[in-house]
Every structure is written in structure tokens, then in C-alpha cells.
Design a protein around this ligand. Structure first.
Ligand code: NAD
Ligand code: GLY
Length: 359
């Protein structure tokens, strides 16, 4: 088992990574009170809910189950209300700990439910997708979607523990696994050129889910995320780098309808656009863009955006959370391994989108 730490003073917490962790009561003992609520989805419940409930019971915690509809389209006020209602009916109090068992959708929604139930109760992340293990479970961004924009309603609210059982990834469908790889690859592009080299050399083993290679990829991703969150929890600076490709990606997700493209797929196409934009602005060389595109394509992820039309992209991107006074700010690459954030003239972005959508 690997143990990392997100260093946030008195709100610091551990990230535990390894196979079989959800079966070990020792990881929960002392961290969950007598009452807990496991929040999960209809798809994940038959796979892991009984195991986690039994582990919690052995750790001395009597848990209730809150089983929600599955998928991105369920990341809504209505589903959030279901969680609050279940907690109230079960007489959940301020010590009741919420445990998010699932991917990024369950993690984000449960975190927001924990932030808002009785003004804040503790929560634990038990991520079961690759995307959630390398990204969404760490760092305390919690949210639901709004019809006008993704993740627009939420809170910064840190978990007290992240327990990433890598064994759960065995049941993850191939398309979901590849979607998670987009966020792994992102860390190489924004923060660690050496990790990017390593990913290029080990991608085939990673696609085969080789346990050693996979656990290194998860650990290094979490290290980078923990480092960035510790430096900039509230995203006043470098945390925005973690959104490489997301401005375009969120527009793809909202423009096509949530759930049509997976989050990582949209981010993958968005990262290619961000690299191309960086090259148009003379920060990256064509050879760098070819590396970005090549790695994403090898991971089986989309490299071309859907043809929503440049005007529609710009309309959707104007409600991005990085926008300031209606001006869209983009995460760009100054080189492979380093990012920065800057506004870009609409004309430049329109030309980029017109040529990318035509291709
Ligand atoms: P997801 O939560 O919808 O999970 C994908 C699918 O896999 C679901 O159908 C789920 O039921 C299923 N699944 C989960 N674990 C499984 C397992 N072990 N075996 C079989 N099936 C399993 O999607 P995701 O890709 O995990 O997360 C995407 C969400 O994460 C988006 O809403 C995105 O906005 C959010 N996100 C948040 C952050 C953050 O910092 N908070 C970062 C990145 C992404
Ligand atoms: N996934 C982006 C962030 O956590 O900031």
C-alpha cells in the first residue's frame, strides 16, 4: 500500500492506494463514527456496496445505504436532494460521515452533500474509477451540474480520507478506464515532463492494466495533484493548470448533452485543442503538439472535437469558472511539463475551432 498526504494544515488527510483496501477495517477504524452513510450508484452497488458495508461494520460503524441513479446526467439538484432526504429520514446528525463509493460523479455529489448537510459533516472518498482515483477524489472540489454549465454549483470541501482500492479497477469498462487515462496523461503535460516520457514508454502496459505500472501511474498522479492542491487549494493560481483541456472539454460535454462523451474523452480532445492553441501563440513547437496528439490517440481517446460550431463553443466557454468579466481564460502549455493561464483573442480561438472541427 502507498500512503500520500494532502498537506492542508489541520485539514490535512491521507490518500491510501493499493489493492483490497475496502476489505480492511483498520483503514476505517477511528475515522468513522458509529453512524455512517455509504452513497453510491445503482451500477456500483451490486459490485462493492456489501463488501464496504461489512468492512465498516467490522470497524464498528453501522452504515445506511444511499443508492442513487448512475452517471453524469444524475449529477443534479434532484439527486442531491435524494441524499439530504435519506439522511434526514435516517436521523443523520452532525457526526454522521458520508462515504462516497464510486467514480467522480458520486464523489463530487457526495462531497457537496457533505458540505451542505447540517452545514457540513465529515466525508470519505472511496474512488472506484481510474479518473476518480487519480483526480476527482483528491483536492476537495465538490459540485453538481446546472443546465447552463458543468460543475457550476458546488463548494471546496475536503474529505478526511481518500481510500483508492486499485482492485476495484478490474471491473471498470474499457471506455471508462481510457477516460481516466486522459487525466493521468494531463499530469505529464502540465507538471512533469519525466512522467510524460514514462507514460510514452509504458502506455501499452498501462492499457493492459499491468498492476505495477498502474499503481505507479496512480501514485505519481496523486502526488502531483496533492502538491498542487497544497499550494493553491482555492484555485487562485496554479491549481487552474489541472484544468488543461477542461474549458474546451466542459463545452463539449454541455454542448452534446452530459453523458454523451465521457468527461475524460472531452478533456482529451480539449487538451489537443489547448496544445494547438499554445502552438498558434508560439509557446509550443509543432513537434510538441504531435507528441500530445500521439499519446492521446495511442490511449484510444478522441483527438478531434465534435463539430458544435465555433460560435457555440465560445458561447458555452464564456460560463467557464476561469472566465473573468466574460473573458475566457485558457490553460496553455509554455512547454511540455509546464502550464500557464491566459486570455486569448476570440478570433484566434475561432480560427482554431474552425480548422479543428473541419478536420
Ligand atoms: P462516473 O462517476 O460516472 O463513473 C463512470 C461509470 O463507471 C459509471 O457508470 C459508474 O457507475 C461506473 N463505475 C464506477 N466504478 C466502477 C467499477 N469499479 N467497476 C465498474 N463500473 C464502475 O465518471 P468518472 O469518470 O469517474 O467521473 C467523472 C466526473 O468526475 C465528472 O462529473 C467530472 O466533472 C468529475 N471530476 C471532478 C474532479 C474534481 O476535482 N472534483 C476532477 C475530475 C473530474
Ligand atoms: N480537477 C481539477 C481540480 O481539482 O482542480
Amino acid at each position: 500500500m502507498d500512503e500520500l498526504r494532502v498537506d492542508l494544515g489541520e485539514r490535512s488527510y491521507p490518500i491510501l492506494i493499493g489493492p483490497g483496501l475496502i476489505d480492511e477495517p483498520a483503514h476505517f477504524s477511528g475515522r468513522v463514527p458509529a453512524r455512517a452513510a455509504i452513497v453510491t450508484s445503482e451500477r456500483i452497488a451490486p459490485l462493492y456496496l456489501a463488501r464496504l458495508r461489512s468492512t465498516l461494520a467490522r470497524a464498528g460503524s453501522d452504515s445506511i445505504d444511499i443508492v442513487l441513479p448512475d452517471g453524469e446526467s444524475a449529477k443534479t439538484w434532484q439527486t442531491l436532494d435524494q441524499v439530504h432526504t435519506a439522511l434526514l429520514r435516517a436521523r443523520g446528525d452532525r457526526r454522521t460521515t458520508l462515504i462516497a463509493l464510486g467514480g467522480g460523479v458520486i464523489g463530487d455529489l457526495t462531497g457537496f452533500a457533505a458540505a451542505t448537510y447540517q452545514r457540513g459533516v465529515p466525508f470519505i472518498q472511496v474512488p472506484t474509477t481510474l479518473l476518480a482515483q487519480v483526480d476527482s477524489s483528491v483536492g476537495g472540489k465538490t459540485a453538481i451540474n446546472h443546465a447552463l454549465g458543468k460543475n457550476m454549483i458546488g463548494a471546496f470541501y475536503q474529505p478526511s480520507l481518500v481510500l483508492a482500492d486499485t482492485g476495484t479497477l478490474a471491473s471498470l469498462p474499457e471506455r471508462e478506464y481510457r477516460s481516466g487515462l486522459a487525466e493521468v496523461i494531463k499530469y505529464g503535460f502540465i507538471r512533469d515532463a519525466g512522467f510524460l516520457d514514462w507514460l510514452e514508454a509504458n502506455l501499452d502496459a498501462l492499457l493492459r492494466r499491468d498492476p505495477g505500472v498502474l499503481s505507479h501511474a496512480i501514485r505519481r498522479s496523486c502526488e502531483i495533484k496533492a502538491e498542487i492542491v497544497a499550494k493553491d487549494e482555492r484555485e487562485t493560481g496554479m491549481r487552474a493548470w489541472l484544468n488543461l483541456g477542461h474549458t474546451f472539454g466542459h463545452a463539449i460535454e454541455a454542448g452534446l448533452g452530459y453523458g454523451e462523451w465521457l468527461h475524460g474523452e472531452a478533456v482529451a480532445a480539449g487538451m489537443v485543442l489547448a496544445a494547438e492553441l499554445s502552438a498558434r501563440l508560439s509557446h509550443l513547437r509543432d513537434a510538441d503538439v504531435a507528441r500530445v496528439r500521439g499519446l492521446i490517440a495511442r490511449a484510444g481517446l478522441p483527438v478531434a472535437p465534435p463539430a458544435l460550431g465555433a460560435a457555440r463553443y465560445l458561447e458555452l466557454m464564456r460560463i467557464d469558472k476561469k472566465a473573468e468579466a466574460g473573458a475566457i481564460r485558457y490553460v496553455l502549455l509554455s512547454r511540455l511539463g509546464e502550464a500557464f493561464v491566459a486570455p486569448v483573442p476570440d478570433r484566434t480561438v475561432t480560427e482554431l475551432l474552425q480548422s479543428a472541427c473541419a478536420a
